[in-house]
Design a protein around this ligand. Structure first.
Ligand SMILES: [Zn+2]
Length: 329
């Protein structure tokens, strides 16, 4: 028999906003995560006031669009980088946004008179992947975000695992090579200093200095300081050996970290998302082979490493998923 959904649980429209360090993505979606509208804006620099104004403007635009379409908004959810107090609705510290102690949740709720939640973006994506994305049906899973930074959102027994002080998930600062390159956190050889987008770009720039001619430099029009992770990915797609080696090394460290997660946490699957996964199997295949090699034998063919099912919408849909859990939608 097909279960009949109560009328309160159907036809709800929600706003999810992914507040990134450089871009914001806002979506209007229904309770099945079907996106009806996407709006992108650059994230302004300059700290609390410009960021807050830009968020409120984008939300106002989405609410107006919802009204025009005859869809009143049931609530607003924001995914933000940094250290977030979701209970209080405060961004405590987000270095990428130059924001500290911003009560964005309360400001949004007050301005629009709607329920509002704010949640760390990677945790949001983990929830979104579990309910609507690549981890549907899994109760023990991890969403690894690989981009400018590297972090993980953990789902344990179907619930988001937050840790004692809500700080769980800093896999980017697990030290993989004690005398390795300096990390933003002050340590040497963190996963993030070896395998993030900026780390890949940095390695490619220094390699391009002594290997000439090379595809990396050509793709950057001869400007070594313009070599980015995207350029490394492009060169790798063209079969450039140096680019493939750099990506392979980053993937190796990610694979080691993921193998450790699987061994410790007994996961059913691992989802890899974030900017670097635009490389697709170029990144995922070497991650998979490292995991296969270093994970305990019983996990070898049992724990798939999957690309994000929600893609660029993961943060926005994931934040809305947190709101839906909160409001029992
Ligand atoms: Zn670090």
């Amino acid at each position: 028999m097909v279960p009949v959904r109560s009328s309160a649980a159907t036809g709800q429209t929600l706003i999810g906003l992914d507040l990134g360090g450089t871009k914001m993505l806002g979506v209007l979606m229904d309770e099945r995560a079907t996106v009806q509208l996407r709006v992108r804006r650059p994230t302004p620099s300059g700290g609390e006031v410009p960021v807050c104004d830009a968020v409120l403007d984008l939300l106002a635009e989405l609410i107006a669009a919802g009204k025009r379409a005859g869809r009143p908004i049931a609530g607003i959810a924001i995914g933000s980088p940094g250290y977030i107090d979701s209970e209080a609705g405060v961004i405590l510290d987000a270095t990428n946004l130059s924001v500290r102690n911003l009560p964005l949740g309360a400001l949004v709720a007050q301005r629009f008179g709607l329920p509002a939640v704010i949640i760390q973006d990677v945790k949001a994506a983990a929830l979104g992947e579990m309910r609507f994305g690549a981890a549907t049906g899994a109760r023990y899973t991890a969403f690894v975000n690989a981009g400018t930074g590297i972090a993980v959102g953990l789902i344990m027994d179907g619930q988001l695992y937050q840790g004692a002080a809500n700080r769980a998930g800093e896999i980017g600062h697990v030290v993989m090579r004690p005398r390795g390159p300096l990390c933003n956190c002050g340590q040497r050889g963190c996963l993030e200093a070896l395998a993030s987008g900026p780390a890949i770009a940095r390695q490619a720039r220094s390699a391009a200095a002594w290997q000439r001619p090379n595809a990396l430099l050509e793709l950057a029009n001869g400007a070594r300081d313009q070599i980015s992770a995207e350029i490394v990915a492009e060169a790798a797609r063209q079969g450039d050996r140096l680019a493939l080696r750099i990506i392979g090394a980053a993937a190796h460290y990610m694979g080691l970290a993921i193998a450790g997660l699987i061994n410790v946490l007994d996961l059913q699957c691992v989802i890899v998302g974030g900017g670097l996964t635009q490389m697709g199997d170029l990144l995922l295949d070497p991650i998979r082979s490292t995991v296969y090699r270093y994970v305990l034998a019983e996990y070898r063919d049992a724990v798939p490493i999957l690309p994000s099912g929600l893609g660029i919408d993961a943060g926005a849909i994931g934040a809305a998923t947190a709101l839906m859990a909160d409001r029992e939608i």
